[in-house]
Each structure stands twice: as structure tokens, then as C-alpha cells.
Design a protein around this ligand. Structure first.
Ligand SMILES: [Mg+2]
Length: 131
């Protein structure tokens, strides 16, 4: 596990169960290995450290959602349906349960894990980890 794993778990342990809040996980490059686009029906191998965090939160009854552009409003209905089938199968195989999929934040999102995001310090306009 990454050296910060225990610290992260400690931070996430403060989320109350069944609160209605949720934690978002990007798919490609975050939950699943990604190197290049292979089609809507392909999802890469699971990334164990991230899947372990999802499993931890799920076990504590904290809602997790997959947050991916693959579910964005620009997708065709056909591709959305195809993706959903593959996504559910991937979740069942590697997590043991399915997850809600979204491409949209809402007021109940507490955290987002994303390989492209830069963490901004609240109200400072600076990026965490670069100083
Ligand atoms: Mg990504």
C-alpha cells in the first residue's frame, strides 16, 4: 500500500455511515488501469490501492460513485447502455458490488479521487503538494 494509505483511511473514517454524502472515484487511471482508448466496452485492470479504499468505504456504508466522462451527457444512449453493462460487470468482478455512475458533482460529494485533478487549497488559489 502507498505510504499515505493509513492517513487517508483515517481521514475517510470520519465520514458518518449512511449520511447521504458520497465519495467519487474516477475510472480510467484511478480505479482501473488506463493506457489508451480501447473502446466503450473495455475497462482496464483494477488498481488495488484504490479498490481497497472503495471497499473500505463500502464496508462502512459510505456511498461511493464512479465519476467518469464515459457517462457524460455527450455520450450516445447506445454507448451509455453498453458502458453501464460493462461497468456493472467490472464492479461485480473486482469489488463484489455495483456502484452508481455519474459525470456530475452535486452538493453531497465529499471527495473526488481523480488522476487528472489537482488539489487546490480551499480559498487560497494554490495547489496542494507543490510548495
Ligand atoms: Mg482518469
Amino acid at each position: 500500500m502507498p505510504k499515505h494509505f493509513d492517513t487517508l483511511i483515517q481521514k475517510l473514517s470520519s465520514i458518518p455511515p449512511n449520511s447521504g454524502c458520497w465519495v467519487g472515484f474516477d475510472l480510467d487511471g484511478t480505479l482501473a488501469h488506463y493506457d489508451h482508448w480501447r473502446g466503450i466496452d473495455h475497462i482496464g485492470a483494477p488498481i488495488p490501492a484504490m479498490c481497497q479504499i472503495v471497499n473500505y468505504l463500502h464496508s462502512r456504508r459510505v456511498k461511493c460513485k464512479i465519476m467518469t466522462a464515459r457517462a457524460c451527457s455527450g455520450q450516445s444512449e447506445e454507448d451509455l447502455k453498453a458502458f453501464r453493462i460493462v461497468m456493472d460487470a467490472w464492479c461485480l468482478k473486482y469489488l463484489g458490488f455495483t456502484l452508481e455512475v455519474t459525470a456530475e458533482k452535486d452538493w453531497h460529494m465529499l471527495y473526488l479521487f481523480d488522476d487528472r485533478a489537482l488539489a487546490v487549497k480551499p480559498n487560497e488559489g494554490t495547489v496542494a503538494g507543490l510548495d
